[in-house]
Design a protein around this ligand. Structure first.
Ligand code: MG
Length: 470
């Protein structure tokens, strides 16, 4: 080879490398306007902010979620839209604060639905499943529902073509003599749980064999992905774990360094790996947006059977950060820019983001509370700051705007009978003080005033729905 041929070859190699790199840089391609992307939501139950390896847990191993976070976008400031199970599920599927659908605690009501509750997600609410189905999507619900068991509120009534899962939490309908799973060791329950497993609304097993649920949900999800690979589809997989009582399959039980809680989380991690592999194998990785998140923070009163909010204060049930800031990972190789973002986002953003990926508009005449995250996900753009309201039941307890969060009321998730009222409100700078320890209200009147007026504007226009949890 002459000197000049070598140079030409080197130049060609460099050019080819550059072209390969460019075609690889995620986000440089805008999404094709006529393409409908699949949507997969992987929703853990009571998984805390600190419970995954990629969020700093020292002993729970989550290699599949860690890889998903490396290939996708990991949010440091991702919020659920409520503090407990039923309201957050209503918020996720409607894109609205639960007060609007009536799916939250009101005076004298319970905090979530129970087997004997009469209410449920009203048929008048337009769910993401209904909206995507109207745009030609196949829709499937797998896992915990917890949005009602009566006509009009069940999965098949709310936009899902098919459904496999539990109608409510795995710790409901206690009966003697049934498997108990692991709950707080100091107070072992005498009874087990008679919760049924339903397929398309019909009981197929009672009590559900909880140790097998994560595995069976996963197999069902993989079957659905393979069957619907011509797309588009929406898969909503709301895991039962790691909500107490904890169970894990024989393959995972006793295997983690974090006890049965770690076993359950490591099985969820395996499940995520199986689902992402199925998407890759079907050639759908670049056509499917996957969101992994949790419904609320860890159930701290369960002791070692509950998870961890890491640095964040309190857990499930509260409007301190630990109750509502949760893991949030978005993945779609080739489109979602890999990295870590500290821009706040929430489960409320799923609805408008998914509609944009379906090439469809959000339902007319419906107030949605989130926004389309596409500019952030695909182009790394900063989104303007906006208020986020931390509801406990039908009350705004706190509000975040930019880096500041004000608390009007505080109450620990469980065990404090009445809220403490704060006038003036407490004010925390979340990046400096993620554990909400140092009240800076006196030094920052302008930041506080801005939040107070955002809350007043919000309260003035929110129309509460008929209470469903009485
Ligand atoms: Mg929960």
């Amino acid at each position: 080879m002459t000197h000049s041929t070598i140079l030409t070859s080197l130049r060609n190699i460099r050019l080819l490398t550059l072209m390969a790199l460019l075609s690889w840089v995620p986000g440089v391609h805008s999404l094709a306007a006529d393409e409908q992307f699949n949507i997969v939501v992987l929703f853990a139950d009571d998984l805390g902010y600190g419970d995954l390896g990629c969020y700093g847990h020292p002993s729970i191993r989550t290699p599949h979620l860690d890889r998903m976070a490396t290939e996708g976008l990991r949010f440091t400031d991702f919020y659920s839209a409520a503090e407990v199970c039923t309201p957050i599920r209503a918020a996720l599927l409607t894109g609205r604060y639960p007060i609007r659908s009536g799916m939250c605690e009101t005076s004298g009501a319970r905090r979530v639905l129970f087997p004997n509750s009469k209410g449920g997600l009203p048929p008048s609410e337009i769910t993401l499943a209904e909206s995507l189905r109207a745009s030609g999507y196949a829709t499937m619900h797998i896992g915990k529902w917890h949005l009602g068991i009566h006509d009009g509120s069940r999965p098949l009534d709310q936009g899902f073509d098919s459904s496999l899962g539990l109608p409510y939490s795995n710790d409901m309908d206690a009966r003697p003599g049934l498997p108990t799973g692991s709950t707080k060791s100091a107070t072992p329950p005498a009874d087990g749980w008679n919760v049924p497993l339903l397929r398309d609304g019909k009981v197929i097993e009672q009590p559900a064999d909880q140790a097998t649920l994560t595995k069976r949900y996963t197999e069902e999800a993989v079957r659905f992905i393979r069957a619907k690979k011509s797309g588009p589809f929406f898969l909503y997989l709301a895991h039962t774990m790691p909500h107490v009582p904890l169970f894990a399959s024989p393959q995972f039980k006793g295997q983690s360094r974090r006890g049965i809680f770690g076993d359950a989380v490591e099985e969820l991690d395996w499940s995520t790996g199986e689902i992402l592999s199925a998407l890759r194998a079907a050639g759908l990785a670049e056509k499917t947006l996957v969101l992994f998140t949790s419904d609320n923070g860890p159930w701290l009163t369960q002791g070692a059977q509950g998870g961890s909010a890491g640095l964040l204060r309190d857990g499930k049930g509260s409007t301190w950060e630990g109750g509502m800031r949760v893991p949030g990972i978005v993945w779609m190789p080739g489109h979602v820019r890999p990295g870590v973002t500290s821009q706040p986002a929430s489960a409320l953003d799923l609805f408008p983001t998914a509609m944009a990926l379906a090439g469809a508009s959000s339902p007319a005449g419906v107030t949605l509370d989130g926004r389309d995250l596409a500019p952030l996900l695909f182009d790394g753009k900063s989104l303007p700051s906006r208020p986020f309201f931390y509801y406990r039941g039908d009350q705004v307890f706190a509000c975040r705007l930019g880096e500041w969060k004000a608390h009007f009321r505080t109450q620990t998730g469980y065990g404090q009978p009445k809220p403490e009222l704060h006038d003036p409100p407490l004010l925390f700078h979340l990046p400096h003080d993620p554990s909400e320890r140092f009240n800076l209200a006196a030094e920052n009147p302008a930041a506080l005033a801005e939040i107070i007026s955002a809350v007043e504007r919000h309260r003035a226009v929110v129309i509460p729905g008929d209470p469903q949890l009485k």
